[in-house]
Design a protein around this ligand. Structure first.
Ligand code: ADP
Ligand code: MG
Length: 939
């Protein structure tokens, strides 16, 4: 028999489980072994060898492979035709060395890609769904993957269902299972048996893996997990980690392509130029000179491609994602790391994110009087006193308190240290505490079977669009609908009020209530009205919320304090300095919102504009567009309004981060550039829709993530500056050799390249990429949070990057060429001259790293704060000198040992370009600043 066509008892029996105590932990373990984890099998991973081979498709590797073939061909030619064994061996060495480099390079790329993937996987494991499961009689939170058949689970609005369930108990339960049925409306669920031939979409007593609870709550027993679920049956692919390219990766990719084309043109031009020159001078082209030309072009090809860049880039972004996770901000994709850094608006929920969500009722209005409530936190101890000092009569607020705890699903319990701990919705917890202070408790009310008999009939949970919650009770044979909610929403549905046990027309107290509510709100209190209404049995059982929540009788009003988080003020200040606008969005009353916004520094004065949900509805897109840039507080909004606000901000090309906690917030989170969900109090649905999850629910974590995003981006620019400068220098020094050396100088002929291909490779692989990688770990430059957000529409080469790279690279390349010519003039051998050029390049570049590391100049940052960089530079310097000394490398790379004096001279002189250029820049800036002082008004 199918699960849905038998009664719940026989389902529980078949699954050998209990509705009361659930499975034992032991049994769950055994079943976990039997059934495996509750997970869909992921798409087959790419095998390692394929991943490895992938790197061979990189343009640079292809060029190197061609170089290998050319070198072997040249060796074969020497063996067969010229008989120059020595030259042949040199070519073979070269080929083997390039091959080794290709392999090392591929392995490195492979290893780094794998480890980046691993840490991304680790991050994605951190955001697994959790479910509320009954084990050994205790409700505990269990990772969805640990669910086994027979588990009893409880779900509520905003949860995902993982595993197929048979419902045992439901309350207003509605489920969206469009992923299986295509039906986009939510389906109401109950526990009634349906016939065996019922279609999946009509099996109303079942819940299916992957669906969303959109309303109410329910308890069910797991009947299938993992690939045995309906979802598992239709899909054998699971959506894997999103490995889309980030915007910056895309632009770097585009840049690489452009560089390839430029390199190709340069090479063609060089070869053409050389051949024409030969033809004009000698009348024909010798094979030997062709070999020379081809080795120069190989060197240029290698020189012009910043080969380490893509790998370093993705690693640096991964470092960023890890860095954020360490600070409790969990990003889902690498592009969010980047986007966070360019965020211009952060729209945050008030409750729980900007405030502590530790709600306490401090005042209330009932029976025409205002009362103060004493006591702190969740401890249910505190007196109730009248603000006018007169003695209180508890009877005056008895019913009011009863409704407060009956229209409520929250609880407080003492822990082992006798501290009271809250469970459930914080707003409702505050009402539980209020009631308990006077001995009014929900359990006691429901248990008392004497002359007073109360049962809960239905619960219509709070939702942030309705802004109300209703509980229907049966009390001594009569039915009452108890409604509590936002005062202004409740007001329109209220017709009467309770005064001294009598029902009076609302007109008698309306002004008093309204005045009290405003007074509470102006004092930053969150307000809630409590009402009741007698209904018929039929209404009690079946009426929808619209019908129940009207013709209400007013009982009272509470004012709840929800203190702002202290650290938020500092974060708001920091973000404001960083030109990031902080906006508060709340379902609370405008006056409450304004008072808190003022306390947090989001607005400077109480005169600031607040847009309410109602006003927002009256505005068309154009009007809203005009207002969004300057409005800092939105009150009484519903989740749907959030989407409009985002859209209008995006029209202004703003990068918007938006927080959300409830299920209705999911679309807004998707629409935002950065959707932010709460890790602790957020629903699973919002976590799923978000780009950033705040593991500690704190606003400050957003601020830290923005800072990390900016730091990472700055580091990326830094290493790109470094790499591209080197490429320009390499290409230029080689080109100058081709075009300016027209006759032999000393031992050097007109086809001798300034650097050998292997020297260029060495520079790219060792002295270039290691420090680049280290730059990725750099801490933030002092002023990342003082600058404007990055303009995402701008090319990465904008803002002086291109000119800086061309100038630095040009000067460095010129210096290398001058060193080469100088050496040739001094009569050094080819190998020695090239070695001098090589070391000039290596050290020029290592000095330059410290300049590239700053958006300003070399002199603006302490060079020793990044120990990885110090290490990388030290290693690059030492190993580059060693390869000129060790005979093996001399053979392979074409290097030669130099005199002590030369080494020292090169190391010192190669610092000159960087120091001189940085100095000039510093001077120009000084002068400009001086000028700016005079013209500051025009700025
Ligand atoms: P926010 O999350 O921005 O504080 P909510 O949507 O949670 O906004 O709340 C909006 C209003 O709804 C509150 O000001 C309060 O009046 C009312 N409200 C909040 N929680 C509850 C609840 N559990 N029951 C009844 N009314 C509530
Ligand atoms: Mg809320």
């Amino acid at each position: 028999m199918k699960w849905y066509s038998q009664n719940t008892n026989s389902v529980l029996e078949t699954l050998e489980t209990s509705r009361i105590s659930g499975l034992s932990e032991e049994k769950a373990q055994l079943r976990q072994q039997e059934y495996g984890p509750n997970r869909l099998e992921a798409a087959k991973k790419e095998p390692a060898w394929k991943l490895f081979l992938k790197s061979f498709k990189e343009p640079l590797v292809i060029i190197l492979l061609i170089a290998i073939v050319l070198a072997f061909a040249s060796a074969a030619y020497d063996f067969q035709v010229t008989g120059d064994r020595q030259h042949a061996m040199a070519s073979i060495y070269e080929a083997v060395a390039i091959m080794l480099i290709v392999i090392v390079n591929s392995s490195l790329a492979f290893h780094q890609t794998r480890s980046a993937q691993k840490s991304l996987e680790a991050l994605s494991n951190m955001r697994q769904h959790h479910m509320h499961v009954l084990r050994d009689s205790n409700w505990i939170s269990v990772a969805a993957s640990d669910l086994v058949p027979g588990d009893i689970v409880s779900v509520k609005s905003g949860d995902f269902i993982d595993g197929d369930l048979r419902w045992l108990k439901t309350a207003e339960l509605q489920i969206n299972e469009s992923h299986l049925t295509g039906e986009s409306d939510a389906i109401s669920k109950d526990t009634e048996i349906v016939s065996e031939d019922t279609e999946l979409g009509d099996r109303t007593n079942m819940g299916y893996s992957g669906s969303m609870v959109v309303n109410g709550n329910g308890i069910g027993v797991v009947v299938a997990t993992g690939m045995d679920t309906e979802l598992g049956r239709i899909s054998n692919l699971m959506q894997d980690i999103d490995d889309q390219k980030t915007p910056i990766e895309k632009s770097v990719h585009g840049l690489s392509k452009k560089l390839m084309i430029i390199a190709g043109l340069i090479i063609l031009l060089t070869i053409g130029y050389d051949i024409v020159k030969q033809l004009m001078q000698v009348g024909n082209v010798s094979l030997e000179s062709l070999a020379g030309i081809s080795s120069t072009s190989i060197a240029i090809a290698v020189a012009s491609i910043p080969d380490a860049m893509p790998v370093v880039l993705s690693i640096v972004l991964t470092i960023g994602a890890k860095m954020m996770a360490d600070q409790k901000g969990l990003v889902k994709s690498l592009s969010s790391v980047e986007t966070l850094g360019s965020t211009t608006y952060i729209a945050s929920d008030k409750t729980g994110t900007l405030t502590k969500n530790e709600m306490t009722v401090t005042r209330f209005w009932a029976n025409g009087e205002v009362y103060d409530v004493e006591g702190n936190g969740y401890t249910p101890v505190g007196d109730i006193i009248r603000t006018d000092g007169k003695p209180v009569n508890p009877k005056d607020y008895q019913r009011f308190l009863e409704v407060a705890v009956l229209n409520n699903e929250a609880e407080i319990k003492p822990d082992d240290k006798q501290n009271w701990r809250p469970f459930g919705n914080p707003t409702d917890v505050s009402l539980v505490v209020l009631g308990a202070k006077q001995g009014v408790k929900r359990d006691a009310l429901l248990e008392d079977r004497g002359n007073h008999d109360i049962d809960i009939v239905r619960i219509l949970p709070f939702d942030s669009t309705r802004k109300m919650m209703t509980v229907v009770i049966k009390e001594n044979g009569k039915y009452y609908s108890l409604t509590k909610g936002a005062p202004d929403v409740v007001k329109d549905r209220t017709v009467s009020a309770m005064l001294d046990g009598q029902v009076v027309d609302i007109g008698e107290v309306a002004a008093d209530i309204e005045g009290t509510m405003l007074a509470f709100a102006n004092n930053a209190l969150r307000t809630i009205s409590l009402t009741q209404r007698e209904v018929t049995r039929d209404q009690a059982l079946n009426a929808p919320s619209e019908e129940l929540e009207r013709d209400l009788c007013f009982l009272g009003l509470v004012g709840i304090i929800d203190p702002p988080r202290e650290e938020v003020r500092t974060s708001v200040k920091k973000l404001t300095d960083a030109s990031v606008n902080v906006v508060m969005i709340t379902g609370d009353h405008a006056a409450t919102a304004k008072a808190i916004a003022k306390q947090l520094g989001i607005i400077k004065s109480k005169a600031a504009r607040v847009i309410t949900g109602k006003e927002l509805e009256g505005m068309d897109d154009a009007q809203l567009a005009e207002a969004v840039l300057t409005t800092r507080v939105y009150a009484r909004v519903t989740p749907a309004h959030k989407q409009r606000i985002i859209k209008q901000l995006q029209q202004h090309k703003q990068v918007v981060a938006m927080t959300g906690d409830g299920i209705n917030d999911a679309p807004a989170l998707k629409a935002a550039d950065i959707g932010i969900a709460m890790g602790i109090n957020g629903t699973e649905v919002t976590k799923d829709a978000a780009d950033l999850i705040l593991l500690d629910d704190k606003f400050t974590t957003i601020e830290k993530s923005v800072e990390s995003g900016r730091t990472i981006f700055a580091n990326i620019l830094n290493f790109m500056r470094h790499e591209l400068t080197t490429n320009v220098a390499e290409v230029l020094s080689l080109l100058l050799g081709v075009f300016l050396i027209t006759a032999p100088i000393g031992h050097i002929t007109e086809v001798t390249p300034t650097l050998t291909a292997l020297m260029v490779l060495w520079v790219n692989m060792i002295s270039d990429s290691l420090p680049s990688f280290a730059l990725g770990y750099d801490e933030a430059e002092a002023d990342v949070m003082k600058q404007q957000p990055r303009d995402t529409n701008q090319s990465i080469l904008a803002n002086g990057m291109l000119s800086r790279v061309l100038i630095r690279g040009g000067v460095m390349g010129g210096a290398v060429f001058i060193a080469f010519i100088w050496a040739a003039n001094q009569g050094f051998s080819i190998a020695q001259s090239q070695t001098i050029a090589f070391l000039t390049l290596v050290f020029g570049q290592l000095w330059h790293v410290y300049d590239a590391r700053s958006t300003k100049t070399l002199f603006d940052r302490n060079p020793f704060t990044n120990s990885r960089l110090t290490l990388a530079v030290g290693f690059a310097a030492t190993s580059s000198v060693l390869v000129t000394l060790i005979p093996f490398f001399n053979q392979v790379m074409g290097t030669a040992p130099l005199s002590m004096g030369l080494y020292v001279g090169i190391i010192i002189l190669s610092a000159l370009p960087t120091f001189i250029l940085s100095g000039i820049k510093k001077l120009i800036w000084r002068m400009r600043e001086g000028q700016n002082d005079d013209v500051v008004e025009y700025d």
